[in-house]
Design a protein around this ligand. Structure first.
Ligand code: A3P
Length: 327
């Protein structure tokens, strides 16, 4: 596949001479699909994404009311974005339900990634689109990559995580979809190996998890740690938890009027994936439909061998030991 057809976050055509020189001093690795990644401040990035991280670190100026939605890729980012947008949209009185942004835009269009979309080209992008309060951004960076930039800012960060086995399977399908290839088992196996040794985009997985887990324990007012599995099992409780954290709790009247359920229905995989914008839309070489697949807990059982399962369980148990975080 021609590199130009890949989403820009995976490419290396936006890096400056200064970044090239930095990269030459960093640990680097070529992934099985031939994409280069390098390790910066403990995290592996494709080159354009690294440029975005550097630009963000140099230029982002947080506002007190900002909200940043964070995740490891394929952990429920799209869902978290949709739920947060729906929660915040409650305060805007649309003259008709059809005007809801989620009906005409993909959640990733409404809540772009800092390092993959907004800051790839410059450390001072025009953020005119973010005139409303709060500004809503997203990221796959680990928390420690943002800490210096967000220092002393009371902005809120919501992290969603997912069990590593479903994350791996979801990523396997997604990666094959964006490369327009069949989900071949040899690709799954090579991704599994990369997961295990940490040399994978935004990896190591466990460091990513732990940076937000620890952040949420140290500063629970500003970092909320959520789990995909809990959102699936108890969506009403979890969305209320999210609303409380963001300072926009449901009123008694809203609850009585069924608004909690209305938001969950609007943001359900079935509803979002059936919308025209998500069926046929695309941006930055990425078809919106690839963000929606099965959305199940435990789909890994259909794809992973017992050997892979045991090894991943063992690694995660070992790496998370003593942290209080369990899967
Ligand atoms: P599967 O591949 O297991 O189906 P991300 O949004 O971080 O890219 O994660 C994608 C995963 O979230 C995919 O998982 C996708 O199907 C699932 N997903 C997307 N939208 C969802 C929604 N509204 N509700 C539940 N799961 C959703």
């Amino acid at each position: 596949m021609d590199r130009k057809e890949l989403p820009s976050g995976l490419r290396d055509d936006k890096i400056t001479e200064e970044t090239k020189s930095l990269i030459s001093s960093l640990p680097s690795h070529t992934e099985s699909q031939g994409h280069k990644i390098c390790k910066y401040q403990g995290c592996w990035y494709y080159y354009n994404a690294l440029q975005g991280v550097l630009n963000f670190q140099r230029g982002f100026q947080p506002r007190d009311t900002d909200i940043i939605l964070a995740s490891y890729p394929k952990s429920g980012t799209t869902w978290l974005k949709a739920l947060t947008v729906a929660l915040l949209e409650r305060s805007k009185n649309h003259s008709s339900d059809d005007q809801h942004p989620l009906l005409s835009d993909n959640p990733h269009e409404i809540v772009p990634f800092l390092e993959i979309n907004l800051y790839v080209e410059s450390s001072s992008p025009v953020l005119a689109k973010f005139s409303s309060v709060p500004r809503l951004f997203s990221t796959h960076m680990p928390l420690h990559a943002m800490q210096e930039t967000l220092k002393d800012s009371p902005c809120k960060i919501v992290y969603v995580c997912r069990n590593v086995k479903d994350t791996l399977v979801s990523w396997w399908f997604f990666r094959c979809a964006i490369h327009k290839i069949e989900p071949d088992r040899s690709i799954l196996e090579s991704m599994f190996k990369s997961f295990c040794n940490g040399t994978i985009y935004y990896g190591p997985f466990w460091d990513h998890l732990l940076s937000y887990w620890r952040g949420s324990l140290e500063d629970p007012k500003h970092v909320l740690f959520m789990r995909y599995e809990e959102l699936k099992a108890e969506p009403r409780d979890q969305i209320k938890r999210l609303a409380d954290f963001l300072g926009c709790p449901f009123t008694k009247e809203e609850e009585e009027n069924g608004l909690v359920q209305k938001i969950l229905d609007l943001c359900s995989l079935r509803n979002l994936s059936g919308l025209e914008v998500n069926k046929t839309g695309k941006r930055n070489n990425l078809d919106h439909k690839y963000y929606f697949r099965k959305g199940e807990v435990g789909d890994w059982k259909n794809h992973l061998t017992p050997e892979i399962e045991n090894k991943l369980d063992m690694i995660i148990k070992e790496k998370l030991k003593g942290s209080g975080l369990k899967f």
